[in-house]
Design a protein around this ligand. Structure first.
Ligand SMILES: Nc1ncnc2c1ncn2[C@@H]1O[C@H](COP(=O)(O)OP(=O)(O)OP(=O)(O)O)[C@@H](O)[C@H]1O
Ligand SMILES: [Mg+2]
Length: 213
């Protein structure tokens, strides 16, 4: 199964979600998980290197790819149960070719107007991919949601996103928590960081969008 974490918006949490989802899958049972980094920034590849500095942690293999990744992803998907693919925060060949092979698009989105403004373009890119890849399913994941319950931005964003019928908005929201920043900086996931709330959200997200069948 190919899970592509992508959007054309920078800084919405793609790499953070990619490594956390990959870790959740790898730590839960014996799933063979491969991280695929298709962003020249190489955040995920660097995370894997940092992780390898902690031999007690389960190693998650990673490959870096660029350009038209369709055939490479299909080939790798024969050998791994899950590929988790990180892409750059812009419209790119990697995003479009990756979508032509993927099973699931996870698109993190911050509940802010600037992020919401990018959804129509993403919807276009997704629809084009879907013409050739009918199995593709897409979830928007509200990320960096305010933890203060008085701030209703996530609810407002969710209401706005209802108009995009091509996307499901994941029920699981990812909140703005220091644990995500701190764990990723150490080559770890929220699950290993022992922040229960941060870890539970990742587990719930995986259950909702990946293991829902
Ligand atoms: N839920 C969260 N809570 C707290 N911090 C977060 C969360 N998600 C992401 N961050 C932080 O926000 C910043 C951007 O996240 P990240 O690098 O994952 O985004 P990205 O979409 O991959 O960015 P780019 O488009 O540059 O690849 C990082 O500093 C990351 O640690
Ligand atoms: Mg990134």
């Amino acid at each position: 199964m190919i899970i592509l974490v992508g959007s054309q918006k920078g800084g919405c949490g793609k790499s953070t979600i990619a490594v956390n989802v990959a870790c959740a899958l790898a730590l839960d049972g014996k799933a063979d998980v491969l991280l695929v980094d298709s962003d020249p920034q190489a955040s995920v590849a660097r995370w894997v290197q940092d992780r390898q500095g902690h031999p007690e942690l389960k190693n998650i293999p990673c490959v870096q790819v660029s350009g038209d990744v369709r055939v490479t992803l299909r080939d790798l998907a024969e050998r791994y149960q899950y590929l988790v693919v990180d892409v750059a925060g812009r419209d790119s060949v990697e995003l479009r070719s990756g979508l032509s092979a993927a099973d699931i698009l996870l698109s993190p989105i911050r509940p802010s107007q600037y992020d919401l403004d990018t959804v129509p373009h993403l919807a276009e890119v997704y629809s084009k991919a879907k013409d050739f890849n009918q199995k593709l399913k897409a979830y928007l994941v509200l990320n960096l949601c305010p933890t203060n319950p008085v701030v209703r931005e996530a609810e407002e964003a969710q209401a706005y996103l209802k108009d995009f019928s091509e996307f499901d908005v994941a029920q699981t929201r990812i909140y703005d928590r220091k644990a995500y920043r701190d764990s990723v900086a150490e080559g770890q996931s929220a699950i290993e960081w022992k922040d229960k709330k941060a870890a539970d959200s990742i587990r719930l997200l995986v259950k909702e969008v990946v293991k829902n069948d």
